[in-house]
Ligand binder design. Sequence first.
Ligand SMILES: NC(=O)C1=CN([C@@H]2O[C@H](COP(=O)(O)OP(=O)(O)OC[C@H]3O[C@@H](n4cnc5c(N)ncnc54)[C@H](O)[C@@H]3O)[C@@H](O)[C@H]2O)C=CC1
Ligand SMILES: N[C@@H](CCCCNC(=O)[C@H]1CCC=N1)C(=O)O
Length: 259
Amino acid sequence: MALLTPEDLENINRQLHEADSTVRRVTGLDIKGVCKDFYGTTPCCEKVGIVPVTSGNGIIGNFSESLRAITEYFGFDSFVTTMPDVSGYYEAVRNGAQIILMADDNTFLAHNLKNGKIANNQPCTGIIYAEIASRYMKADSKDVLAVGLGKVGFPGAAHLVNKGFRVYGYDADKALLEKTVSDLGITPFEPENPRRFSIIFEATPCADTVPESVISDNCVISTPGIPCAISRELQEKYGVELIMEPLGIGTASMLYSIL
Ligand SMILES: NC(=O)C1=CN([C@@H]2O[C@H](COP(=O)(O)OP(=O)(O)OC[C@H]3O[C@@H](n4cnc5c(N)ncnc54)[C@H](O)[C@@H]3O)[C@@H](O)[C@H]2O)C=CC1
Ligand SMILES: N[C@@H](CCCCNC(=O)[C@H]1CCC=N1)C(=O)O
């Protein structure tokens, strides 16, 4: 699993603000507005306990601190426990947390202790980035290119199919692409005869996975994938609306989904 680095999370508040203004330009709503409209829920200062976890590759510098800044940005009352792991979980509950946020190297979860609802970051991230892309006000058709059909990309592509979009899918893993084509009934995209899209959704751990041949002027590229799916040069050349942020939008999706 591709893990975040402390560098990915630098200036998380600036990254969130920048992503929010792009989301507003693309959909007419800010991230809060999209989450509220999509999930039908609104935060009202729920107490969120953020528990650092030392397993596997261990604690990621400023991961917990970023989650605190993100939860505050979206209207929650949050704290990071002083202890990690089991002791931290105990500390969070004893200090009145209604929602637990914690992540090991494979699963990043949000658990609402009051209503029992639980969310996983990977599907929640794919679905919210796909939802934002699907709300692009200037889209010229219902055709979408989805690049990367893994733990984040597949749920996002499935969400776009469910919303009635014509999804053209691509993944470097041919077997996975074939399975996704049959599971979701999407069209396999062939890089050898490309066409241009006004909506592109990318979720891969590789850079430059969206070729120039598929980019149309002012298209939306909604991409949780890290590193970025296109170069700064291509983004400027085509006036691409790039929705890309390392942690906050996916975390908001998790939290709104369990309220
Ligand atoms: N921004 C955010 O909030 C979040 C970002 N992520 C990031 O999203 C990315 C995807 O995560 P997962 O879905 O969990 O990974 P995954 O490994 O389950 O799926 C990635 C997929 O991309 C495909 N792929 C790799 N290189 C490719 C290429 N050049 N062209 C086409 N397909 C290619 C792989 O075959 C794989 O199927 C990672 O970079 C991860 O760090 C994950 C969660 C949240
Ligand atoms: N155990 C560590 C956190 C590990 C998080 C690993 N997961 C990722 O990097 C995923 C989450 C969103 C994007 N990638 C800590 O508590 O500091």
